[in-house]
Unconditional design. Sequence first.
Length: 294
Amino acid sequence: MKLLITGGKGFIARSLAEQLGPGYSIAAPGREELDLLDPGKVAEYLKAGKFEAVVHCATYDAAPRTSVKDPAKVLEYNLRMFFNLARRGADFGRLVYFGSGAEFGREHWKPRMREDFYDEHVPSDPYGYSKYLMTRHALGAPNIHNLRLFGVYGKYDDWRYRFIPNICARLALDLPLVIAQNRVMDLLYIDDLVKMTNWLLKAEKPGKVYNACSGEARDYVSIAGDILAVSGKKAAFEIKKPGLGREYSGDNSLLLKDSGLKPVPMKKALKELYTWYRDNPGFMDRRQILSYPL
């Protein structure tokens, strides 16, 4: 399958390009090679590439505290990138994009949200609203499908602040463990997301929207404890804000039923990920971890 993956330098795109396997011929351009905000450039790229499918990973998110992106552009840029692809549907077979639990409206989150919770509320934040509008379009488009993410972790994620990679990196570098606030989340291992994406690209008659999550909601403190146990080290814990944050989790039963996939048990995934960070110390920078504002 000839496949275009957008956002080629990002965590998810890089993992897909690396893991999808020999059955794919993959183009994974970065922003310099393909400006998704330019409709003419997108049209030219799609026509020249003759892609059988597109996986849209590129996103504009100003949420990280040190981000230099303009929060006022989040809604516009996310929608422009998406629709510059979606409107060219005749130039590819299927478009898979990654939605977000933010589509449900952050202030209305509840445990284990199902697909049919969509449109119970309209998100108030620009990022969630952009994903909400993408899904409104996808539901009426024959060749566009949403894999809705709640949280993904893996070896190419941003170890400066993303929770699981940050804990792995801190332990690998013998640094103290810092948790901004304990909370319960459903976090999906990137290897599982790759398998889910592979299935959705090839499925004959898939659904329009699937919650792509592990189905195993865990709190940060217990997850950090599992990684600490795997490492065999001793480390001090600091929890900066007391209390328990709002749970962020989804129900993945529809995806598991349709695909037959089974996510990797979290303890196994955590062991694999910590081992990778331990064995690749050059991937991290001690000074950046210590100076990043969690």
